[in-house]
Design a protein around this ligand. Sequence first.
Ligand SMILES: [Fe+2]
Ligand SMILES: [Fe+2]
Length: 358
Amino acid sequence: MASIMPPREIIDQDRPLSPASLLSRSYRDRLIERGLLGLYRWYTARSQETRNWNPDLGFDWQNIRTDFNPQVQMVLEGFFAVEQYAPDYVSKFLHMVRRSHGRSHFQMRWGSEEEKHADSWENAVLFSRSRTPAYLEDYKISLRTNEWKLPWDDALHVLLYTVFQERATQLNYLNLAKITQGISSKPELNDQIDPVLTKVAVTIATDEAAHYNFFLECARLFMYYYPLETLEAMRDVVNHFAMPAGEIIPNWDEFFEAAYKCAVYGPREYARDVVALVFSQFGVQGKKQLEEGIKRTRLVPDEQGQMMQTAIWETFDPEIMLRDVKRIYAKIQGHEAKYGMDKIDPVALVDNPVWPVR
Ligand SMILES: [Fe+2]
Ligand SMILES: [Fe+2]
């Protein structure tokens, strides 16, 4: 006869992963939304405090050099072209996430920063005499004839896309800054030194790093509450990634070739400095591990989208993820304490009970 144990406190290991102990989708959505709102407010305060520069008055435009080689000139034109679609990017993203306070308001703030990038690259092209004002006027018209469209039709894929895209953009600008500092991996470009363009590229790259970081933090919240869906979106985005507006910029191939030859951006940079870096932030070892983990997790259908098979916890590092999620909440709490929001509506991390570590 089995012995009957006296009632005792149920410890975590005893708790069955039954639907009763799971968080409903709508509750998870609300938790994510509250986190995103806090992140956006933290971001805005920081953006105003540390990156409040002006594209016209923030740089010594009249002293930028006027004899960049044709490849560097082409790269500048391409940067100008990509950022020229800022109004399309903002309007499409905004519409897609309009039901989320945090994400939609963020997109407006983000747009105000991207708009500065477009204007800075325009100044760089004109003041460096890379292109004439008449050329740029026509070029702008031809760019804006085409309309940029979202690369994905759901908000989670779009979020993951922006993570990769912002990192790729930051990398492009940092690699240009290497050229203008004379430290490019292409020694033939080391005569293209220019402190003005360096400052421009580094300033914009700093914004892109902040964008990357914001979207990454958002993706981490989704990862915590929707690990499988987020990993799938990551896989899809990595497999189909292309820089924004590539298919609508009329002379994209020329730009792409120049960027490639200058070691500003190409397949190598994408694999090494974008994909590998983003993966490492999620504790994902590589594409193969990601693909196989998702496949094995999907073998047994999950219940309520949350009954995770053990395979998923081998697809990425849940410990790294949890550590980062805790850090995100601490960051938001720190910001909310600064203005007393902690006493009105404090943000709090609610455990996802399926997570294997606490
Ligand atoms: Fe930008
Ligand atoms: Fe950006």
